[in-house]
Design a protein around this ligand. Structure first.
Ligand SMILES: [Zn+2]
Length: 73
């Protein structure tokens, strides 16, 4: 019986802890650490700038779309 109570107390403590952590999180759009998003110049897919391929000042989601836009290797 005491084991069940212990598990219940742990579950409640974890739930309260998670709720507390969630409240402290800043809104995504207000976070300065939010990664800049760019738009593929070929298919308009939005992706993080770090994952994009840049050519001629434009961003692409993949090598194929960079080539399709006329940028050669
Ligand atoms: Zn694309």
């Amino acid at each position: 019986m005491s084991k069940i109570l212990l598990v219940a107390v742990i579950v409640v403590a974890v739930l309260l802890l998670m709720r507390g952590l969630r409240r402290r999180d800043p809104p995504a759009d207000a976070s300065p650490a939010a990664e800049a998003m760019v738009c593929c110049a070929h298919c308009d897919l939005h992706l993080p700038r770090a994952e994009s391929i840049t050519a001629g000042g434009r961003h692409f989601c993949c090598e194929q779309h960079r080539r399709d836009a006329g940028y050669r290797d």
